[in-house]
Write a protein that binds this ligand. Structure first.
Ligand SMILES: [Zn+2]
Ligand SMILES: [Zn+2]
Length: 347
């Protein structure tokens, strides 16, 4: 049996090609992929800009959901046909980080779609250690796979807001209104924020942020962000600032916008070392807590899935483009073009 899979063999060498359909051995589960959504990281892996944790050749795709197709010997808890979604970080569960609730930063992690064949294929083979760690989640509602696939980026957002919590009646500033910014916006509203300011230079993205419930969508190039922050927070400053775009010059602006005792989360990754200039005295006098976050724990993934299943986070409206697996190249082009919110590949 053969299946179609998007195999990355080297930088910019991605082909949808026929490969043998995997068959689940002891402890493994085979998933019929319903959808895999593409994100900026896939683009960076494809171009060879992101190499850490990547082992080629590999089937790309780490935002994956579908249905259980076949269960290997010795596996319990999964029934053929059950809707499932895959948390792509496989933690070792033994290292110091894993033992101290920091498994999203596991030093031995393997990530599906980076080092383990991922979801841009007709079938995804879930390795035994991932099955044992329950990285494959059975969804509580049989929603379209493309909606469940967004549990992955949402899980990272849930993790990010643990480090820069959004409390009831708080004020939030989100810098950047790409797909990640929109998920941060929705989650902040679910958590009870009274005002969410979104700062975004692209008009179409600002408009989208407003549709998703932003209190104000500011153009940082043409408007005075500090004045808006002042007005929305009644002169107090922002409780929780999220930097959702990897531009080092935003770090100081984020600290400036934060209130005394406020928090800033550097959610986005930065190019290179991402060296940023920060007014140290702002941190000192304002007692701002500057945090970062990357990836997600299994618990965050579970929370994300619950948020989607119960309709509290709208992922359906975020899927703007769909492609078959044979057009995976075009799908990735569309992501890098920047007009799409989320692009789904439906094998
Ligand atoms: Zn992603
Ligand atoms: Zn570990």
């Amino acid at each position: 049996m053969a299946m179609l899979a998007a195999v990355l063999a080297g930088p910019n060498d991605l082909k949808a090609q026929e490969v043998p359909t995997p068959s689940p051995g002891p402890g493994e589960v085979l998933v019929k992929v319903g959808a895999d959504t593409i994100c900026g990281t896939d683009v960076r892996i494809l171009r060879g800009e992101k190499t850490s944790g990547v082992q080629l050749p590999v089937v790309l795709g780490h935002e994956t959901a579908g249905h259980v197709a076949e269960v290997g010997p010795g596996v319990s808890g999964y029934e053929v046909g059950a809707p499932v979604a895959m948390a792509p970080v496989i933690p070792c569960r033994h290292c110091w980080q894993c033992r101290h609730d920091l498994e999203n930063a596991c030093v031995n992690m393997r990530i599906v779609g980076y080092a383990v064949d991922g979801g841009l294929a007709e079938y995804l083979l879930v390795p035994a250690d991932a099955v044992e760690a329950r990285c494959l989640f059975v969804a509580g509602a049989d929603l379209p796979s493309e909606q469940l696939a967004l549990a992955e980026p949402l899980a990272c957002v849930v993790n990010g807001q643990r480090w820069s919590p959004v409390e009831m009646d708080s004020t939030v500033l989100i810098m950047g209104a790409g797909p990640i910014g929109l998920l941060h916006l929705q989650l902040a509203l679910v958590s009870g924020a009274r005002a969410v300011v979104v700062s975004e230079p692209t008009p179409a993205r600002r408009e989208r942020a407003t549709r998703f419930g932003a209190t104000v969508a500011v153009d940082p190039a043409g408007e005075d962000l500090a004045a808006v922050v002042d007005e929305v927070s009644r002169g107090v400053g922002i409780d929780s600032v999220i930097v959702a775009i990897g531009r080092p010059e935003l770090v100081n602006q984020a600290v400036q916008a934060a209130r005394i005792g406020g928090r800033v989360n550097l959610f986005a990754g930065f190019k290179g070392t991402g060296l940023a200039e920060v007014e140290s005295n702002l941190l000192h006098y304002k007692q701002v807590r500057l945090t970062g976050s990357s990836n997600a724990r299994r618990a965050d993934y579970e929370t994300a899935l619950h948020l989607i299943e119960t309709g509290r986070i709208d992922t359906a409206s975020m899927i703007t483009h769909r492609f078959p697996l044979s057009a995976v190249g075009e799908a990735i082009e569309t992501v890098s073009g920047g007009e799409a919110v989320k692009v789904a590949v439906i094998p």
